[in-house]
Write a new protein. Structure first.
Length: 106
């Protein structure tokens, strides 16, 4: 059950981010998916989000989330909003984590 809630919040966040990057407001949750489909990013992300919503295989969900995150990262780079230098972060705790347990992921 918690897995489904997390996937729902992830999907909602993806749709809202794409709409904000297109300089569009994010509507009431009931209309979010409908309005999202009008945006250019929806052509690539809608099939992935739909597959993610119906998938019960954890490995497939992980692959889909990684693919969606990669797409979003490229979208953020296109808008010049993605950081390439992770040695600096506005929150110093993040930099400390990169030196410690998260260093292998950087």
């Amino acid at each position: 059950m918690t897995n489904c809630m997390a996937l729902g919040h992830f999907s909602e966040g993806v749709m809202r981010l794409c709409m904000l990057l297109d300089d569009d407001y994010t509507p009431y949750w009931k209309w979010l998916a409908f309005e999202f489909r009008k945006h250019s990013a929806a052509q690539s992300l809608d099939p992935l989000l739909r597959t993610l919503a119906i998938s019960t295989d954890i490995a497939q969900q992980v692959d889909l989330i990684n693919e969606i995150c990669g797409f979003l990262h490229n979208l953020l780079q296109t808008h010049q909003l993605a950081a390439t230098d992770l040695s600096f972060h506005p929150h110093p705790l993040f930099c400390d984590l990169l030196k410690g347990p998260l260093a292998e992921y950087a």
